[in-house]
Design a protein around this ligand. Structure first.
Ligand code: ADP
Ligand code: MG
Length: 326
């Protein structure tokens, strides 16, 4: 696969990977000055954008290009899931060095196409330019029936706090990846979660349709960083029971707890449910575990039960690109 030296040819190659786009949903896709999107009657459009940058979010020498393609869309779509919505189409803004326009781009587009197919989300356009490092920005359009959207701000004191899947598994995979030399091992569960996260679209949609979640967000920066955001938006506090955190299989004790509290990149859903709603919540949704990890409290701040059964503040130690390194 040769490198490209022509923007139009590259855009054609990108479009080729996603054709034929199914008509109907999108009025107009790639090829004109802009795309056309017709919202469904009675639905609101959800808009979200995410950067995915070489050096900050992935390493060109460590992360295979197809995993970069998969993950950049999956993590952006996770924000749609966190509102209870369904991803519909996306824009791809891509800045590449010439050396990455051949084999790397092909692998990237394959991973991206697989994610788009599995999410049933159509490429509607984007922009392409050249840069020293690989820079990717994805904008996703989603939709939800008006009035069903689940915000961060709806949690009430007395609600119970839940999380889907496991916490800390992607971070565990990342640590594994950092230590390992050579090709990545895609069979390792932690590594899979780090490389191919799966946005919880069906769960989010179901919680929204059934009006079960009073507040919801996705956990992208780690529970200890994200939970305070939900609490602040709702004007409430929370109490977390560390015994109930769904740590990944195969790791135990204090390290499992630290990973579950602070590990980022899991893209699980964190949501609050009223006591009455909780009785309608299954232990598993389509095989995905739903764990009660604590409760919403009246005071401000997030606290955690300590070894003596007392409570202490939960310190935020998740991912923040602007936090000073210790
Ligand atoms: P303009 O110069 O007016 O910005 P472009 O040549 O950038 O137009 O884009 C032409 C068409 O190709 C548009 O439909 C645009 O959405 C699409 N396009 C450009 N880059 C990408 C990309 N990276 N992914 C998907 N579509 C793209
Ligand atoms: Mg352009």
């Amino acid at each position: 696969m040769n490198n490209f030296h022509d923007e139009d040819a590259m855009v054609k190659e990108i479009a080729r990977h996603f054709l034929p786009s199914r008509g109907g949903k999108l009025r107009l896709g790639i090829g004109d000055d802009a795309g056309l999107w017709k919202p469904k009657l009675g639905f609101v459009t959800i808009l979200t954008s995410d950067w995915f940058l070489e050096g900050s979010h992935f390493l060109r020498e460590k992360h295979p290009p197809d995993t970069v393609g998969w993950k950049c869309l999956a993590r952006a779509a996770s924000d749609i899931a966190a509102m209870g919505g369904t991803p519909r189409c996306f824009l791809l803004n891509l800045a590449l060095p010439v050396v990455a326009t051949g084999k790397w781009l092909k692998g990237f587009l394959e991973g991206l196409r697989r994610a788009a197919k599995s999410l049933d989300c159509i490429l509607a356009g984007g922009d392409t330019t050249r840069s020293e490092r690989i820079l990717i920005s994805i904008t996703v359009l989603g939709e939800i029936r008006e009035g069903q959207e689940v915000l961060r701000s709806g949690a009430h004191s007395g609600d119970l706090l839940y999380v889907s899947g496991t916490l800390g598994e992607a971070e565990w995979g990342l640590r594994f990846l950092r230590k390992s030399a050579g090709r990545v091992n895609r069979k390792n569960a932690g590594m899979r979660k780090h490389l191919y996260p799966e946005p919880r679209v069906e769960l989010g949609r179901w919680l929204a349709e059934k009006k079960l979640a009073t507040a919801m967000m996705d956990v992208s920066d780690g529970l200890s960083t994200d939970l305070p955001r939900l609490c602040a938006a709702s004007g409430v506090g929370a109490l977390v029971d560390p015994e109930k955190l769904p740590a990944p299989r195969g790791i135990y004790g204090e390290s499992a707890r630290q990973l579950a509290l602070h590990g980022g990149d899991d893209y699980e859903l964190l949501f609050s449910v009223s006591a009455a709603g909780a009785s309608r919540l299954p232990a598993k949704f389509h095989g995905l575990r739903l764990s009660k990890i604590g409760e919403i409290t009246g005071g401000r701040g997030v606290r955690i039960i300590d070894k003596n059964g007392m409570t202490e503040p939960l310190r935020a130690a998740g991912w923040d690109p602007f936090r000073r390194q210790k």
